[in-house]
Every structure is written in structure tokens, then in C-alpha cells.
Unconditional design. Structure first.
Length: 309
């Protein structure tokens, strides 16, 4: 099945990703690891904040919190929201996810690359800056955010500046997927499964911000998208490992390739930790040129659009 590429601190973009940008086929799939580089909390970090808020109001104590921490974050959120509801208390997570700006960060680099994005993050730091210079214009396309699963169509990703918020976003709290019930209902929805299926079949995807801690989310998304393993290299994932984890990286490389057709690109965490991911994307911003897909691609998606009307 092919040897895993060497672990490196800086990785060049694979030829398939560079070509996908030129073809208008490139989509970045962005997870919590990217937002954490700006100091935003992970899912586990968010549950800690939710539990602490409930503790301060007398609805939980330290002993109960310690026991709940052994559960996965979705169960923790579900229990936190249930406790809040039982006590008629409104638990608001959005205040922990706002107030950051892209600055000179990984988000600035992603936005400079300009391809359409899908994200499981609640924040709205993704804002691809696509510049269409065919007529000499340097006007960026307006960012189009999609939160509602009824509006999830893969054709949207042919429009520059599109960001699909798979788990909702802080500006629309009612769309945020938080509890286990929310999560299962979201991924059981026909639109979500069709959207992911079309996405994985027709686009070249780079997953970033999905480290070992977010592996469960990544795998659930891939399974719901019913990915087919082919000889084509269309799915890639940037993941960080310590040098001592080389055997783990090599085994996971084989696992993801055989199971989901995802090619792991491993970077070394020993010296800069996840800041390496930021450095990699900054170098890629100078090497990837994104163009609009040809008109023929829009015709390929027409059946999907008509289905949704």
C-alpha cells in the first residue's frame, strides 16, 4: 500500500493538491486543532468551561465534574445541557468562542490560499480571500457562510469564498451541534450524507486541525460520506506526531489509506508542537494558486441542485 512519507517539520504540498487548486477542485476541511492555535478551546476545553459555569452556580461540584471528565466530550455536553435545562439555566458557549481575529495566523494563511472550506468549528475565522484576476480585478469574492443543513449542497463549494459550517456557528447559536442527540441527528440527515458523499467523490480534500484527539470526529465524517477507496490520491490529512511516535504514524498511515483512502502527511511536533502546522500552511499559501472550476463542473452538479429545490 506504499510507505508513509517521512515525518518532517515543513512539508511541501503534494502535487495533487497544487493541481486541485488550479482545477478549482480543492477544499480545506478544518477542525479544532486550527482554532486552538489561536487560543480557542478544544471540545474538551469547552466542556471544562461549561462544567465550571455550572459549578459556580451550584449545579455541580468538583467530585461530579471529575467523574464526568472520563466521558467523551459529546456525552459531557449532553449532560451539561441536561443539568442546565433541569435548573432552568441558559448555558451559553458562544462567549468562549468569540473575540479572536485571524491576525498573522494559520487562518490568515488559509484565507490567503482562498479555496472553499468546510469546518466543524463554531468560530467564523475562516474567510477565504479568492481573487479573480481574469479581468484585471483584485476584488475578493464575498464570504458565503452556510449553516443550515437544508442548504448543504456540494455545488456551493464551486463558488469562491464559501464556508460550510457542518456543526453550526456562533453567529447562529441555534445551528450549533453540541449534544450527542444533535450530533446523531445531524449526521443521519439525508442532506448531510449526500453533501459529504458528493464532496469526497468530486473534490480533493485536505483535512487539517484533526489530530489524534479529533480522530473520532474525522472518522465519523468519513464514514457518513461513504468514502470509496480508489487509486486516486484525493484525500489528505496533515497530522502532528512526536518522533517517538513514528511507528504509530506509520501504522495509522496504512490504516487511513486502506480504510478511507486518506493519505496522512505527518509533521514533527517535538520542537514547535502544533505551531508547525501554522508554518506549513503559511508556506503552502505561496505555492497553491486557486482558480474557479470550469463551467463544465457546474453542470456535473446540476442534478444535485435540482434535487434540493
Amino acid at each position: 500500500m506504499g510507505k508513509a512519507p517521512d515525518l518532517r517539520e515543513i512539508i511541501d504540498p503534494p502535487d495533487e493538491i497544487v493541481q486541485a487548486g488550479l482545477n478549482g477542485d480543492l477544499v480545506f476541511f478544518v477542525g479544532a486543532g486550527a482554532s486552538m492555535l489561536l487560543g480557542l478551546p478544544s471540545w474538551s476545553g469547552l466542556t471544562e468551561k461549561a462544567f465550571e459555569e455550572l459549578r459556580q452556580h451550584g449545579y455541580l461540584n468538583y467530585s461530579e465534574i471529575e467523574q464526568l471528565k472520563s466521558l467523551d466530550p459529546k456525552k459531557q455536553f449532553s449532560i451539561a445541557y441536561s443539568i442546565a435545562k433541569d435548573n432552568r439555566y441558559e448555558l451559553d458557549l458562544t462567549k468562549h468562542l468569540s473575540g479572536k481575529s485571524e491576525g498573522d495566523s494559520i487562518y490568515n494563511a488559509i484565507n490567503n490560499i482562498g479555496c472553499s472550506c468546510v469546518t466543524t468549528n463554531y468560530d467564523e475565522l475562516l474567510a477565504p480571500r479568492f481573487l479573480d484576476n481574469k479581468d484585471g480585478s483584485t476584488t475578493a469574492a464575498l464570504v458565503k457562510r452556510v449553516y443550515d443543513k437544508e442548504q448543504f449542497f456540494a455545488k456551493l463549494l464551486n463558488e469562491p469564498g464559501t464556508v460550510v459550517h457542518l456543526h453550526g456557528a456562533i453567529s447562529k447559536p441555534e445551528t450549533m451541534i453540541v449534544t450527542t442527540k444533535d450530533y446523531l441527528e445531524q449526521y443521519d440527515h439525508e442532506n448531510i450524507q449526500e453533501f459529504l458523499g458528493e464532496l469526497f467523490e468530486k473534490k480533493t480534500i485536505l483535512f487539517l486541525g484533526y489530530g489524534l484527539e479529533e480522530a473520532e470526529v474525522l472518522e465519523h465524517i468519513l464514514r457518513r460520506g461513504s468514502v470509496k477507496v480508489t487509486s486516486e490520491r484525493r484525500r489528505f490529512a496533515l497530522q502532528g506526531y512526536f518522533l517517538s511516535q513514528k511507528p504509530l504514524y506509520e501504522n495509522l498511515h496504512t490504516y487511513y489509506k486502506k480504510t478511507f483512502g486518506v493519505h496522512l502527511l505527518g509533521f514533527i511536533r517535538d520542537h514547535e508542537n502544533y505551531k508547525c502546522l501554522e508554518a506549513i500552511i503559511k508556506t503552502w499559501a505561496n505555492k497553491i494558486v486557486v482558480r474557479k472550476p470550469p463551467l463544465a463542473v457546474d453542470h456535473d452538479f446540476m442534478d444535485e441542485v435540482l434535487k434540493g429545490e
